[in-house]
Design a protein around this ligand. Structure first.
Ligand code: S3P
Length: 435
């Protein structure tokens, strides 16, 4: 599929983003390990999360769809998973693969995880290193342990692990393995990454303590099923939000999005650039803060974005790069090396997309330098099969003159099914077309 985007008039209206992808994955996984049945309302029916649900089914977990967006997960308890008959195909989903690697590491059977071409290039050594220290055997391709990977689980011992990168996937995999380890498992993060696993484990009765960067999990507690409603994904809401900041005359209400501070670094970065979007915190959903906010155009100025802010906006860096093309001065994004091992090399991909559209972008080893404001012009660009690159390019296309064609845009379904329709609802000129 190809997405054709043209500069449109003001974007106006209200958007409720689809359900949070990170929370949907975790809700399915942790409910599977719990005792009892959990109703997960608003489970994100995107390819990534459906792969996680299917993988759990293949390990013996009954998961019943109820209506269109609700799943009922019948927990089997920590010991209840069974060996799947064949490899588990995780599609494009790094979160699905990495968290499940941790989840099965304490089980007395091997599990092989495979993925699509993009996932098959992503390193799994970051998960294998701590799991091996805990006592599991992990095999994969080459030094970086590329998928397919096999986890030969068994008896695990708790460890203290200091991951070299701030990664919620690594942290979560270690914590999930720690649930069935002997002794306590401690993860000390170099900077705060998203904390949904910790919140959900605590809500389900796990013995988990968070003290600054140190998370301590004691095994032995039985997880209790908890029904929940999944909040709207801030990472998805970010696309219409930034589009509204960049398209003249816009005013878009972002409804009830997740406002967990480990996820909203983009708002801090935009504020540093003069584009304040003030969320109103309204309530808590599934133990997570949610709220609404209104986005309108504002003059942006360059800023230096790096350090602990990056993990709090890890998936929004491509979108910030789009905003930076319209900011006065040179925006420097650094400490963002992790973007090179996402669904694509996002630093390279965004440098290419924005340069093709007339942006002044220099790629650095750990980030981007973007000088603005430069008028963007439509171009034909490749998503590289990466949903966030495709949607970031679409936002750039809305702020550009002429027509932008985003090739291989079907990957958008990975996280934001219905993206084109939602943007059309705001008045955006954006149409899907078969390639
Ligand atoms: C995710 C964590 C992030 C993020 C990904 C989802 C998660 O990866 O990029 O889209 O749900 O845990 P890292 O924590 O590995 O950076």
């Amino acid at each position: 599929m190809r997405l054709r985007v043209r500069a449109s008039g003001p974007l106006r209206g209200a958007v409720r983003a689809p359900a949070d992808k990170s929370i949907s994955h975790r809700a399915a996984m942790l409910s599977a390990l719990a005792r009892g049945t959990a109703r997960i309302e608003g489970f994100l029916r995107c390819d990534d999360c459906l792969r996680t649900a299917e993988a759990l089914r293949l390990m013996g977990v009954r998961i019943d769809p109820v209506g269109t967006n609700t799943l009922e997960v019948h927990g089997v308890g920590l010991e209840g998973l069974r060996e799947p008959d064949g490899p588990l195909d995780m599609g494009n989903s790094g979160t699905g693969m990495r968290l499940l690697m941790g989840l099965v590491a304490g089980r007395p059977f091997p599990v092989t995880f495979a993925g699509d071409a993009s996932l098959s290039r992503r390193p799994m050594d970051r998960i294998a290193i701590p799991l091996r220290r805990m006592g599991a055997r992990v095999e994969g391709r080459g030094e970086r342990l590329l998928p397919p990977v096999t986890v030969h689980g068994g008896e695990l011992r708790g460890i203290t692990y200091r991951p070299p990168m701030a990664s919620a996937q690594v942290k979560s995999a270690v914590l999930l393995a720690g649930l069935s380890a002997s002794g306590e498992t401690v993860v000390v993060e170099p900077a705060a990454s998203r904390d949904h696993t910790e919140r959900m484990l605590a809500a389900m009765g796990a013995q988990i303590e968070v003290d600054g960067p140190t998370i301590t999990l004691r095994p032995g507690a039985t997880l209790q099923a908890r029904s929940m409603r999944v909040p709207a994904d801030f990472s998805s809401a970010a696309f219409p939000l930034v589009a509204a900041l960049l398209v003249e005359g816009s005013e878009v209400l972002i409804e009830e999005a997740l406002l967990n501070p480990t996820r909203t670094g983009l708002l801090d970065a935009l504020q540093a650039m003069g584009g304040a979007v003030e969320p109103e915190e309204r309530s808590a959903v599934a133990g997570e803060p949610v709220g609404s906010m209104v986005a309108r155009p504002q003059p942006l100025s360059a800023a230096e974005i790096g350090g602990g802010l990056i993990p709090r906006m890890i998936d929004e860096v491509p979108l910030l790069a789009v905003a930076a093309t319209q900011a006065q001065g040179t925006t420097v994004i650094r400490d963002a090396r992790e973007l090179r091992v996402k669904e694509s090399d996002r630093l390279l991909a965004m440098a290419e997309v924005l340069t093709a559209m007339g942006g002044a972008v220099t790629e650095r080893e750990d980030g981007l330098e973007i000088t603005g404001p430069t008028p963007l012009r439509g171009a034909t660009v490749d998503s590289r099969g990466d949903h966030r690159v495709a949607m970031s390019a679409a936002v750039a296309g809305l702020a550009a003159e002429g027509e932008t064609v985003i090739e291989h845009a079907e990957c958008i379904d990975t996280s934001f099914p219905g993206f084109a329709r939602v943007m059309q609802g705001l008045g955006a000129d954006c149409v899907e077309e078969e390639e």
